[in-house]
Design a protein around this ligand. Sequence first.
Ligand SMILES: NC(=O)c1ccc[n+]([C@@H]2O[C@H](COP(=O)([O-])OP(=O)(O)OC[C@H]3O[C@@H](n4cnc5c(N)ncnc54)[C@H](O)[C@@H]3O)[C@@H](O)[C@H]2O)c1
Length: 266
Amino acid sequence: MTNLTPQALFSLEGSVLLVTGAGGQLGSGIISAALAAGAKVIATDMETEPVSARMTQEGWPAEQVAITACDIRVRADIDAALALGTERFGEVNGLINNAGVSVFEPFLERPEESFDWVSEVNLKGTFLAIQAFIQYRSERDGGGTIVNIASHYGLISPDPRIYTDCLRRNSEVYGATKAGVIQMTRYFAVHGAEHGIRVNAVSPGGVLNPEAPQGEDFQERYGFRCPMGRMADTHEISGAVVFLLSRAASYVNGHNLVVDGGMTAW
Ligand SMILES: NC(=O)c1ccc[n+]([C@@H]2O[C@H](COP(=O)([O-])OP(=O)(O)OC[C@H]3O[C@@H](n4cnc5c(N)ncnc54)[C@H](O)[C@@H]3O)[C@@H](O)[C@H]2O)c1
């Protein structure tokens, strides 16, 4: 595969992607970008309504999208989503582990249930989806690609000084699980390789949410903390995901692509 055009390098024609957390901000943004690059998508979330609403809002073409409910803590749900993808599009050859949760109370007030919930979704759920996907691919001709959405807070601690008017003060368990996702990415880059599966991560910095903007004071302080002086836009994260899924990244495996405006660089 030499001398591919940029269009061929970054095209996702032929990709059939299972995306988790599709009803959320980044999940829906990633899906819009993947569809525009030619992929077909099984868009999953705990419930289908928010995903259907995103589909209408974003104008996703019906012939490229299947929607189903999938709790990533339940292996049978993931298997059923893969089966739906097979039925609708022939086979599934990509997985985007995007679903993730956090908790925001001060750590001294953290109930054990909160810690368990974040661990179960972010770590166990991500593991179960990878396990199901690799088993699914190994029962076919192998091959495929996985992108895990981690976080820059899997690499550094949040700076408590910037979380003033923002209620989303991030937690120790969130960072610990995202560090775990980055490590699992390396583990499965090694253990998926025998099945021809590439596994990479994207670690976003804070992403501006236009539908429910973070507080102005927080945005300003975050900007001061970040070399690029601002939060990310959703497309800046989805572009990195499309790159890792594409032929342009065919020799990229086990990488954690940090998309944080340089926040972890100082
Ligand atoms: N938004 C950011 O600033 C940011 C920064 C770094 C990393 N991330 C990561 O990006 C990913 C997406 O974040 P977002 O901001 O779009 O969040 P979001 O809350 O908008 O979306 C997350 C989605 O995951 C779904 N979900 C929760 N538990 C689930 C489960 N058990 N099974 C299936 N789906 C489940 C939710 O219903 C929701 O639709 C997360 O993994 C998050 O940790 C986000």
